[in-house]
Design a protein around this ligand. Structure first.
Ligand code: PMP
Length: 364
């Protein structure tokens, strides 16, 4: 017999909480969790299968606890992407950037400490804080979803956060941060400043990455993931770039052998094929720009997006619009500020289905 949750000695702050996650529905057009719609080619699939077979032969042994070969590959990739030379000791990897972020909060947050972010932003941040007993302070972004620097500096002075979480491009708005704001926040913050660049590869040309700020900023952490641009959401590989001191800190809290031999092998194959996997990124960026233009053309408001999704609105009853789209087989995300909806960028066919469904719902 299963006891009810209220019969268990659950932590008080977890009572009434539900597990995080968007509905996983079986629909023809899934545009709700910012996945890459393009799977790997058969050639890459074959290489992944061979690498997994290789790893399988040694599964009686624990994996490399420090994932050194994978981290070296990630360092090379980031060096090429950000233009700043990074060594293996400045890169750390885990099961998705979700785990990276939890490790950062485990190392730098905790009882008596504060994590700060600015809404609207990624809705997992308060959960990392809750799960690590870190005090959570949520400021607000400006009307255009950029950082309101004066407001940010005020909150930093008041709360002295040990962690500031800044998503750039931001989820759910798509907004990339002005690096001058990141710099100002770094200068004012006593703690670590995490720039979550889960969607960095989709940024428009001319938008710099916070990787360029790493030299000379030992408390800056830039997190990335292979879930989006690399089309490896199912592989679960997130990573960070920072000073080697930050990497030393997260290594203290990581579980031993947290990254399986299979995960490490799969991610290395994907990195070896970065050019092919990332080729779709240009297509997705173009499709995003077309989607934003179309939404504006039909009279909707759309936040400027440097990511693989667009936040649009506003609707008096956004749930009705979300449901109307779902009834037509198109699943998007009901998230963000009141009245807004978020659509991930899919294939041209999927976006055409989205446009048709949205027109029907709006004209219905
Ligand atoms: N950061 C942001 C801003 C995200 O939107 C997501 C995924 N939705 C993540 C981090 C986590 O991604 P993953 O754990 O798959 O790397």
């Amino acid at each position: 017999m299963n006891p009810g949750l209220d019969e268990l000695p659950l932590r008080d702050e977890l009572r009434g909480e539900t597990p995080y996650g968007a509905p996983q529905l079986d629909v023809p057009v899934a545009l709700n969790v910012n996945e890459n719609p393009y799977g790997p080619s058969e050639a890459v699939v074959a290489e992944i299968a061979a690498a997994v077979a290789g790893a399988a032969r040694t599964l009686n042994r624990y994996p490399d606890r420090d994932a050194v070969a994978l981290r070296a590959d990630l360092a090379s990739y980031l060096t090429a992407d950000g233009g700043v030379g990074l060594g293996v000791d400045q890169v750390w990897a885990a099961n998705g950037s979700n785990e990276i972020m939890l490790q950062l909060l485990q190392a730098f947050g905790g009882p008596g400490r504060t994590a700060l972010s600015f809404a609207p932003t990624y809705s997992m941040y308060p959960e990392y804080a809750r799960n690590t007993h870190t005090n959570w302070v949520l400021g607000r972004r400006a009307e255009d979803f950029a950082i309101d620097r004066a407001h940010a500096l005020e909150l930093i002075a008041e709360h002295r956060p040990s962690v500031v979480l800044l998503a750039s491009p931001n989820n759910p708005t798509g907004t990339a941060l002005d690096l001058a704001d990141v710099q100002a926040i770094l200068d004012a913050t006593p703690g670590v400043v995490v720039v979550d660049e889960a969607y960095a590869e989709f940024r428009r040309s001319g938008t710099p990455s916070a990787l360029t700020l790493l030299p000379g900023h030992p408390r800056l952490v830039v997190t990335r993931t292979m879930s989006k641009a690399f089309a490896l959401a199912g592989g679960r590989l997130g990573y960070l770039a920072a000073s080697s001191a930050v990497v030393d800190a997260v290594r203290i809290v990581r579980l031993p052998y947290h990254l399986s031999a299979v995960t490490q092998a799969v991610a290395r194959v994907a990195l070896a094929h970065a050019d092919e996997l990332l080729a779709a990124v240009d297509e997705l960026r173009a499709e995003r720009d077309r989607t934003v233009e179309w939404l504006r053309g039909v009279g909707l408001q759309v936040a400027d997006s440097d990511a693989n999704f667009a936040l649009f609105g506003t609707f008096a009853d956004r749930h009705a619009v979300w449901q109307g789209l779902l009834d037509r087989g198109v699943l998007i995300r009901e998230t963000g500020p009141h009245g807004w909806l978020r659509v991930s960028i899919g294939t041209p066919e999927e976006m055409s289905a989205f446009r048709t469904a949205l027109e029907e719902v709006r004209n219905g």
